[in-house]
Design a protein around this ligand. Structure first.
Ligand code: HEC
Length: 195
């Protein structure tokens, strides 16, 4: 077995003790193996190539640009509902259609009652039975609010959750709540709208 500073060692450098000694602990000057150094240098070279070809700089467009291009393409193919695809005449016709209103009531009980109360009197969300509206009280205004939501105020957008006919029916149902008397109405919010 080779001992420290043994001149008969096959690689005298390999087993050379370094001069310093910390608390009596000494170490050999063992260089990293060549394959390891080459791999290490390779990773550095790769990282530079990677940044310039894949990252946000350099001639490759980069992941951020790719992501944004994909999102733009997706948005083009799937336009956000604007609330404009159902006109007032269709909505008003639904509001007179008993079946549509019954369907709308089902949807309302399932998705809206938790925040607007089962009778529309309001809980977290505003009272939907009074004449006061934050976002407009015409049937098309309501359709827009329900489709797009008011996310920052806690009203979810329903345009993508509900099917188009469910959306229209629930709006038709909400319009029938006007003027009803809920058990514990929430105080009016917004401005009065005369029908
Ligand atoms: C998580 C709670 C929540 C749910 C669920 C919810 N809403 Fe709302 N909604 C709100 C809040 C909060 C507001 C008030 C937003 C604001 O202050 O601008 C609101 C506002 C509204 C408005 C506008 C009221 C106004 O005064 O202009 C309508 C209409 C409405 N919601 C209908 C619905 C319908 C229909 C559903 C079910 C499909 C529904 N909401 C489900 C919380 C909710």
């Amino acid at each position: 077995m080779a001992t420290p500073n043994d001149t008969n060692s096959p690689n005298p450098l390999q087993d050379k003790l370094l001069e310093h000694s910390y608390d009596g602990i000494q170490e050999y000057d063992n260089p990293m193996p060549r394959w390891w150094l080459l791999t290490f240098a390779g990773t550095i070279i790769f990282s530079v190539i990677y940044v310039f070809n894949v990252g946000p700089v350099g001639n490759g467009k980069g992941r951020v640009a790719d992501y944004e291009a994909d999102m733009t393409a997706y948005a083009k193919a799937h336009p956000a509902p604007t609330g404009g695809d159902m006109g007032a005449p269709q909505l008003l016709a639904l509001a007179r259609d008993h079946e549509a209103i019954e369907e709308g009531e089902e949807t309302y009980k399932a998705y809206c009652a938790s925040c607007h109360a089962p009778d529309g009197g309001g809980l977290i969300g505003p009272n939907l039975t009074d004449a006061y509206w934050l976002h407009g009280g015409t049937i098309t205004d309501i359709y827009k609010t329900v489709t797009n939501g008011v996310l920052e105020k806690g009203m979810p957008p329903w345009g993508k959750t509900l099917k188009p006919e469910q959306l229209a029916e629930v709006v038709a149902y909400v319009s029938t709540l006007q003027g009803t008397t809920p058990a514990s109405p929430k105080a009016p919010q917004g401005t009065p709208v005369t029908p």
